[in-house]
Design a protein around this ligand. Structure first.
Ligand code: FUB
Ligand code: ZN
Length: 651
């Protein structure tokens, strides 16, 4: 046994059985310098207490988070820290960014504690923190893989790939979460010691380098918000503006992949590795917020709009290329070989959340809803125990599971590269605070989930069966004089209505409906028509041509082989969406609305290619079939077989 690196006393949190009330969620723009029309609520102020999201959160909390800790032991992530701390002999194991899985899990545990007060979590957070304290260098540096595998002399020598600042960023995000929910000083100290080391090391006239994987930018801004240390914000600005200046290229690496081809303030689109790209733009949005920079903000809004218009799947997934886990060209959105990494969808939500806070525009809350339901949630099983890394929109009959991440395996308990599972955990555990925002005069409801939401102006309770039904009932519990309640009306919800104690108010899709001067005891009823909708793709998205994607309310639907006896490659839809029959099935997939759609099965010809109009090109005899579709997020929770989102459409 080697000598322990430090003899730091065991970390102890000040955890009590219940979290401190009203601790801010993520992120928490500061006042007065932050320029946001919307202000986040704390975790105690925004509480999802039931319904769809609470059930998904509960599954991950009951199974995913405890199992996640075990996986960190099984995959040797924690042993890596023990080796670095001198508590264990041997080498480190795994990816360069192996420490980041620990930090994302820590962040999930911290938010989960803030959400529920689960008393089993603080001791785990304490023990991991103590290990971090023991592993951290005297100068604040902390990275098990670099220190042990490559040697301390090689710190920051391979920043495009080493992920040292990426790991630091996730550490900081975990520390901010634990400080907000647990007042956890020891973990915050580990993070600020590392941050102080980075401030001393990087920047103009110092080491003028960037990490190949952003996240440090968002993290430093959040650490600045939590501690008030201005140097962290300054360093975030340095890293953001250093992108696109040729630093990565000078290492002989591909600037496109690393979001380093064009400066953030000049880029007109997103490109390269998808998670990297949107983590960087999310961090830049944080900077625009903190520095009240309308030019940067407008630029980022345009970039976001372009991403959504040209490089996003109908599910909201992004990053279509398996090669390099990257964005493709405009409209390059294959359905069966789509990549759409779970982490990339999470990054898209993080970016949209910051744009929502910065602009107050309902389109960003719409985006969060859409991506959470249809691109993030497919990433985790209904049991909360298994995960998809890759989220294509089609799995072919007989698909071969050719590698670790292949969706043809079905969801998996963990991955060699385990970025997605703990990312999904932290996203669900912190979701409550994205549901509403508020101020002295308003309370804004962005997402519909049963719960209680409280700003300085008003407090409300919400009841709803959403996303299975479009009625949202809001009871005003308390309200200051003149308080306004603003409720998002989704852009897809044509015909939506809002009443206050039965009196109608304007409810225009795509903006917030506002009830002014609400009083305690009033009941607002938002009604969103849940008609089935068929969406067609832009003609340049070749893979989806001639097909429709089926939506019902906010949810994207998919056909699965397990529900349909006809071969999915040979079916088509006939008739319009009005013919769809929706039925809530409490017994199926922990309760979902299924859609029965009129369709047709036509056996395919044997020849792969045949002259147009020839007998060889003719298909077999058509027969009418009823196609059963389930929400896409719930696919692959039963017998794994073929699945498709885009369905050919016959006139
Ligand atoms: O590089 C760290 C993470 O691993 C990325 O965000 C994921 O795409 C995966 O490559
Ligand atoms: Zn991932």
């Amino acid at each position: 046994m080697t000598t322990p690196r430090t003899t730091a006393p065991a970390a102890t949190s000040t955890a009590s059985a219940t979290p401190p009330p009203g601790q801010p969620g993520v992120p928490n723009p500061t006042a007065p310098c932050a320029s946001t029309p919307l202000t986040p609520l704390g975790q105690g102020e925004a509480r999802i207490t039931g319904g769809f999201w609470a059930e998904r959160q509960a599954a991950v909390a009951a199974h995913g988070i405890p199992l996640g800790h075990q996986r960190l032991e099984d995959a040797k992530n924690l042993d890596n820290l023990r080796v670095l701390a001198g508590l264990r002999e041997g080498d480190v194991i795994g990816m360069d960014f192996q420490d980041s899985d620990i930090y994302k899990w820590l962040e999930a545990a911290a938010w989960e504690y803030g959400r529920t007060g689960d008393a089993s979590l603080p001791p785990l957070i304490d023990s991991v923190t103590h290990l971090l304290e023991q592993a951290q260098g005297d100068d604040g540096y902390l990275d098990s893989v670099v220190e042990v595998r490559h040697g301390a002399e090689n710190r920051y020598s391979n920043l495009p790939w080493s992920h040292e600042l990426y790991c630091a960023g996730h550490l900081m995000q975990a520390a901010v979460a634990a400080h907000r929910t647990l007042r956890h000083a020891p973990l915050l100290r580990v993070a600020t010691r590392f941050a102080d080391h980075l401030v001393a090391t990087f920047g103009p006239g110092k080491l003028e380098q960037i990490d190949g994987h952003p996240v440090i930018e968002m993290a430093l801004v959040e650490l600045y918000r939590e501690t008030g240390t201005r140097a962290y914000l300054d360093l975030a600005r340095y890293f953001i503006d250093a992108h696109g200046t040729g630093i990565i290229e000078a290492h002989g690496k591909n600037a496109w992949y690393f979001s380093d081809r064009v400066p953030v303030r000049e880029h007109t689109t997103v490109e390269g590795h998808a998670v990297r790209a949107v983590y960087l733009t999310a961090g830049a949005t944080d900077l625009a917020i903190e520095e009240s920079d309308p030019a940067l903000l407008a630029h980022l809004e345009a970039q976001f709009e372009r991403m959504v218009a040209t490089r996003q799947y109908v599910s909201g997934g992004i990053g279509s290329r398996w090669d390099w886990e990257a964005f493709g060209d405009d409209y390059e959105l294959p359905t069966d070989r789509g990549y759409a990494e779970s982490c990339a969808a999470i990054g898209s939500v993080q970016w949209a959340w910051r744009l929502l806070l910065a602009t107050g525009k309902a389109t960003y809350a719409d985006h969060i809803e859409h991506v959470m339901f249809n691109a993030v949630m497919p990433g985790v099983s209904l049991a909360g125990t298994e995960y998809f890394y890759v989220n294509p929109l089609q799995l072919r009959t007989g698909a071969l599971a050719d590698e670790n991440r292949s969706p043809a395996h079905g969801r998996r308990g963990w991955f060699d590269c385990a970025c997605c599972p703990p990312n999904l955990m932290r996203t669900l555990a912190s979701l409550d605070t994205m549901a509403a925002t508020g101020s002295d005069t308003t309370l804004d409801l962005h997402q519909y989930a049963p719960g209680s939401y409280r700003s300085a102006a008003a407090s409300i309770t919400v009841e709803t069966q959403y996303p299975w039904d479009g009625t949202v009932t809001i009871t005003v519990e308390e309200a200051r004089d003149g308080a306004s309640l603003r409720v998002r009306v989704p852009a897809w919800a044509g015909g939506a209505t809002l009443t206050v104690d039965g009196t109608p108010l304007p409810a225009v899709p795509g903006v917030y409906a506002e009830a002014r001067g609400v009083r305690a005891g009033q009941v607002l009823t938002l009604t969103l028509p849940f008609a089935t909708r068929y969406l067609v793709a832009h003609p340049a998205i070749d893979a989806s041509r001639g097909c429709v994607a089926v939506f019902h309310g906010p949810l994207l639907y998919a056909l699965e082989a397990v529900d349909n006896e006809a071969t999915l490659e040979e079916v088509s839809l006939v008739g319009g969406p009005d013919a769809a029959v929706a039925a809530y099935r409490p017994d199926l997939l922990v309760g979902v609305t299924t859609l029965t759609l009129p369709g047709r099965h036509r056996p395919a010809p044997a020849a792969p290619y045949a002259e147009e109009g020839s007998a060889a090109a003719a298909r077999g005899e058509a027969r009418d079939v009823s196609l059963v579709a389930v929400p896409y997020f719930a696919w692959a929770n039963r017998d794994l077989g073929a699945m498709r989102v885009w369905i050919p459409r016959e006139a």
